[in-house]
Structure formats: structure tokens, C-alpha cells
Write a protein that binds this ligand. Sequence first.
Ligand SMILES: Cc1ncc(COP(=O)(O)O)c(C=O)c1O
Length: 357
Amino acid sequence: MSLLRTRIDLDAIADNARLLKERVGSARLMAVVKADAYNHGVERVVKVLEPIVDAFGVATAAEACAVESASTRPVLFWMWVPEQDAIDALAVGAHIGVPGLFHARELVDAEIPASVYVMVETGMHRSGVDPQDWDEVFVLLRDAEHITVLGVCSHLASADDPASPVTDRQKAEFERAIARGRELGLELPVNHLANSPATLLREDLFYDQVRPGLALYGASPESSELKPAMTWEATISVVKPIRAGECVSYGHTWTAERDGWIAVVPCGYADGLPRSAQGRFELGVNGGRYPQVGRVCMDQIIIDLGDNTAGVAPGDTAVIFGEGGMSAGEFADALGTIPYEVLTLPKGRTVRVYEEE
Ligand SMILES: Cc1ncc(COP(=O)(O)O)c(C=O)c1O
């Protein structure tokens, strides 16, 4: 077995999807599986989700093609420029998000059959058709015989902060866009806005479909019912004594205050653990928690075992985050980031190991 692994609990992902599906009732569930299913491995995740969800969502055309080949469900991609890979994705039947007037014109001129969602700008100010262009885009797409408009969608900027007034402003803009599209003669049967926090916290934002990602992987802090699916762990390679006054790792930035024991964990910045994480987190070993000390190296880190009364030995498993260690949320807080980034850290020599009943 590899010294460094992400253990992926596929049953947890399936359970989370079932829970979300039940929660949203008659609304469709589009599972967001971009970025290699948030680094859980898109092929296996799609296979597990296929019987539970109604559709998949990804960012790029290449991701859409990968999901299309693994699934019979509709797949939407929303980040593209008019190049061959987008045409390839349309050719295999992927649905496409229209993020601006330029993109609408390109799709109309391309004369390639396409099923589209109009991504409307409602306040995120990232991708999305600006309100002054809504009419032109709706009419262009409505009048193009090779284009089917499935609905409108948009993305929430602050749904993870229930106190933020931004979400209600976005909701109002979203509903204004749907109403305007319908006034212009579009049916718009499937409209979607809700990401994970909105799917968990805001029933009024379900519309015809929800579009969660993080919650599927169980790392959403808004719900204790969800099961975390990823554990990042390594096999301890060395355990040895250290004397009071001795220092560890590059630059000798940590000094042992008393005689004790240290362990070496084979995970470094080449594997996605930021060098800036030094001294900010603890690893779980055999039910105990041990602080990481000294510089993060390219391939390894060191943990302080104290007196090592628990008898930690080479071959034991050290959990960087996940089951038996800090949760992805705790780890994110310790590193000054968010669970989304934490899930996508593991790389380099990390090997995925799947668990499924
Ligand atoms: C356009 C879009 N929709 C939905 C999602 C899913 O968001 P979350 O993972 O917060 O559920 C994302 C992810 O960032 C996204 O970019």
C-alpha cells in the first residue's frame, strides 16, 4: 500500500446524496462533480451517484466529456470559450451554460445543436449574463432553431453566511430573470440557483433543481447529518527519541523542550500540504492527537509524540484530516482556509483508496 493515501468512503457519498435528494423533495438534484469530484475521483463518484441524482454539473468541457462517458444522466458544463473542446462536449450531448452575450452569439453562429442554461448575473460578478444583456440573449437563443433553452441558473456569493442580505438580493434578481425570460416567450422549465449551503438552509431557493457539491462529500459545516467521505492519512515511517534542546527539520525552527519522541509522517508540500501549515495542526494517531512541529519539507513532516506513552511505532497510521483526526473543517480553520480547498489539497504521491460495501 502507498505510504500516503486518501481513503474515500463511497457509501458516505451515496448516503449524503440520498439525504439531499429526500430534502429537496420534487426538485431535481444536480450533483456537482467538477475538479475530479472535489478530488474524490470523478469516475467512481459518478458511478455511485448515477442511480441517486438527476444530473451532473462540472466546470469545463473536458470534465463534461469524462462524465458523459461514465453516465447516462445529463451533464452541464459552464466554463468555456468557443473552441474545439466545447464543440466536442456538445457533440456527445452535454448541456452548456451561457455565461455572457459573447457566448450566446458564438453558440447561435456555430449552428451546432445545443441544450443551454442561461447563466444570469445576480450579484456574484463572476460568470453570468449582465442584466442589460438579458433581453438580447433570451431573444437570440429563443430564435435559434438549433438551440433549446432549458432554464436559467446563477450562483450564490454568500449562502454560507445566513445573515448576509446578499442571498435575498440574488434571489430577487434570479426571479426577475426567470420572469423576463418567460415574458419573452421562453418556457424555462428547469431553473437552479442553490449550492450546498442553500440546499441545506434555504428551501425557498430550491426552484426546479438544486446544484450542491461540497455537501455530497460531507464537508459542509451546515449539517451534522452529512458524512465526511475523505480521510487523508499516511503511514509513519520513523519514530525516534529527541533530547531537550535538540531542534527538528530545516532551519531548526522548533526545539524540544524536554526529552521525548518524534515521528516522521511521509507527507510534504509536494503532496499538497502547504509549507505555511507549519505548527498549525495536529495529526491523529491511534486515537491520540499530536502536534506537527518544525518546517514542512517536500516529502515529510514531523510530529511531537511527547513521552510516547501510547507506543506509536513505524507502520502506524497518522491522519492529517478525516476519520481519526481533525475534521476537514477543523483543518481548514487551522490553516486559515475553507473545507473546499482542504479537500483539493491531497496530490503528489497521494494514492486514492476506495471503501464501498
Ligand atoms: C457554478 C457552481 N454551481 C455549484 C457549485 C457547488 O457549490 P457547493 O460546493 O458550495 O455546493 C459550484 C462550486 O463552486 C459552482 O461553481
